[in-house]
Design a protein around this ligand. Structure first.
Ligand code: F6P
Length: 591
């Protein structure tokens, strides 16, 4: 007899009941701030494995639940239809932060596949804040529903049929809510699809300034339309993030797994007559369970890399990703997320891609000197001052120009012994063995992943997910080792939009035990750097507070020290200067 699936702690209705899954803290990573590099990797592995757990016996739909597979099948058929009738039709993927970056990655990858087939391009992406948001944090536009609508209208000008895929892991971003609402108002052109990772009743229900709807009310209208096939809601739960609320991790991975399965199935149907079935989609997604296994089979190597990166950041060094092809893009994405996630400096973690903007192929092209991303930029701007304190991580596959990798490894090795590599190859491939040997000799550590040959259905997308997991582990783990995390919370989070503002207030409540009003007051004092709140400040709305917070560093740690020690901002600032490791500063206050 089949055993009923075991309910995991986070799935219990009593576990942090006021929070949606995407904001809950993960019981598996509670002690992450005190863990060794090796243990951090194990924790991340266990957290990622939750993506594929069975939800039987709980109220949650999961990635491989029947209703989710059915909906994905229907969406894939819509994509197939557009691929077969591309005239005046478009598939738009849109999101904020990581969700927008994944929209970009997938639109680029599947357009590339179409180009190879000499087929017209049908994919387009939108990211809140425009292309700069691909490389840096632009969180304020996330709150702007009207901007979402304008960018959708601009992307779809002249189109008669649009499949709109809005991604919001937390079912929360007003930018995406505005776009979905617009689609619902124009059903003759738009079919909306929502992708996120909370049950619909946990969608954000906060009023959006200037709008008559909330994210939740939009979802409810979509659910009504979904009954008639006019809209689709894909929202399996994948469990709380390893670092609470950090949806760049599982949220991003699950978005990639799920949308790639849909788009791949649609391409196979349109160009190879393979029927789209829930079973086929299930198989495609399940392969990624194996991707996780193959990746974390090298937990020891990932741990060593994480340790090296952590040591480097602790000593004021830098972590540089030098990547090729889509792995280069993943490096850019991971690096861009460290600033808002960990309060990191722009130079702490940086990504560079071979071919620069030509390879990135983004809508807006080169974004100016503040956004230098080519290997040439690395050679001119970073290499001259590189030392042993810095870590260089090469990200490439056997299909890339391995000679170029060796050349860069040589250049970096002259400045730092801390050169490492993540290398993917397909089973049986022995090309460029000599250069590969040289790279191995130059690198302090090399993670080599060998994937089954493409004949067995392993596409390059698998090494993309694998690289994403490794990079997320390295950058997250390194910041944990640097002391940026308290338990499994990002304490030094910038409160640059309404979601982050609310999250910060909740965190202050949780860690200080003070009432909400006192926590909000402390946060505002830290944001505006005043000991007394003025009427001007208290009468401003969250959007204005979030704007002010753009220039307020360490606002949350400052507010927390004030609350815990009942001291002035000045005194809190001095304490944090004395003990810049946030976790230790807080523990000193708590003890
Ligand atoms: O507000 C910042 C952020 O939390 C990013 O970290 C995240 O990628 C983005 O918002 C989008 O969140 P969601 O996918 O839930 O809309």
């Amino acid at each position: 007899m089949e055993q009923p699936a075991r309910m995991h702690e986070w799935e219990s209705p009593d576990y942090e009941p006021s929070l949606p899954v995407s904001e809950k803290s993960n019981p598996l990573t509670r002690d992450m701030d005190r863990a060794s590099a090796k243990c951090i990797v194990r924790m991340l592995q266990a957290c990622d494995a939750q993506m594929f757990q069975d939800g039987t016996g709980t109220t949650y739909q999961r990635l491989l639940s029947e209703p989710v597979l059915e909906t994905l099948t229907e969406v894939a058929k819509k994509v197939e239809h557009i691929l077969k009738h591309p005239r005046d039709s478009l598939i738009v993927l849109s999101g904020c932060g990581t969700s927008g970056r994944l929209a970009f990655l997938m639109a680029s990858a599947f357009n590339r596949a179409l180009r190879e087939l000499d087929h017209g391009l049908v994919y387009s992406y939108i990211i809140a804040g425009g292309d700069r948001a691909l490389l840096s944090s632009q969180e304020a536009p996330e709150d702007d529903a009207e901007l979402g609508v304008l960018s959708l209208q601009r992307a779809c000008e002249g189109q008669k049929s649009v499949l709109f895929i809005g991604i919001s892991c937390g079912l929360s971003a007003p930018f995406v809510a505005g776009q979905l609402d617009f689609c619902l108002q124009h059903p003759e052109v738009y079919t909306p699809v929502l992708v996120g990772f909370n049950p619909t009743h946990q969608a954000r229900d906060e009023r959006i300034p200037g709008c008559s709807f909330t994210f939740r009310s939009v979802v409810q209208r979509m659910q009504e339309l979904a009954k008639r096939g006019g809209a689709f809601v894909v929202n399996p739960a994948v469990g709380p993030e390893a670092i609470s609320g950090s949806s760049r991790m599982k949220g991003g991975s699950a978005t990639k797994i799920l949308l790639e399965a849909v788009l791949s199935a649609a391409h196979a149907a349109a160009f190879a007559d393979t029927p789209i079935t829930p079973m086929g989609i299930r198989e495609d997604m399940s392969v990624h369970e194996k991707t996780l296994e193959i990746t974390y089979a090298q937990a020891k190597g990932i741990g060593a890399l994480l340790e090296a990166a952590g040591q480097s950041l602790r000593r004021g060094g830098r972590l540089c990703y030098l990547g090729w092809g889509s792995l280069g893009t993943l490096g850019l994405v991971d690096a861009s997320e460290c600033v808002p996630t960990f309060g990191a400096g722009c130079e702490d973690v940086r990504g560079f891609i071979s071919g620069g903007y030509r390879a990135l192929n983004n809508n807006e092209g080169p974004l100016g000197p503040d956004f230098s991303i080519a290997h040439q930029d690395f050679l001119h701007q970073v290499l001259p001052s590189l030392t042993d304190r810095d870590v260089v991580l090469l990200l490439y596959t056997h299909a890339d120009r391995v000679g170029e990798v060796a050349e860069l490894a040589r250049a970096a090795r002259e400045k730092t012994s801390n050169v490492h590599a993540v290398y993917h190859r397909v089973d049986g491939d022995t090309a460029a063995a000599v250069q590969q040997d040289e790279i191995n000799r130059l690198c302090l550590s090399s993670l080599k992943f060998t994937w089954p040959s493409p004949a067995s259905g392993i596409s390059p997308h698998r090494w993309e997910l694998s690289t994403k997991l490794v990079l997320n582990a390295v950058s997250t783990g390194a910041h944990v080792l640097k002391g940026k995390i308290y338990q499994n919370y990002m304490v030094d989070v910038q409160v640059t939009n309404s979601k982050l503002y609310r999250r910060a207030t909740r965190l202050l409540q949780k860690l200080s035990g003070c009432p909400e009003s006192r926590c909000e007051e402390a946060l505002l004092k830290a944001v505006y750097r005043v000991d007394e709140l003025t009427a001007d400040i208290t009468s401003s709305d969250i959007i204005e507070h979030a704007q002010a917070a753009r220039s307020a560093t360490k606002a949350v740690p400052l507010a927390l020290v004030c609350l815990l020690s009942d001291c002035s901002l000045l005194e809190a600032g001095t304490r944090l200067e004395r003990e810049p490791i946030v976790r230790e500063a807080l523990e000193a206050c708590l003890s």
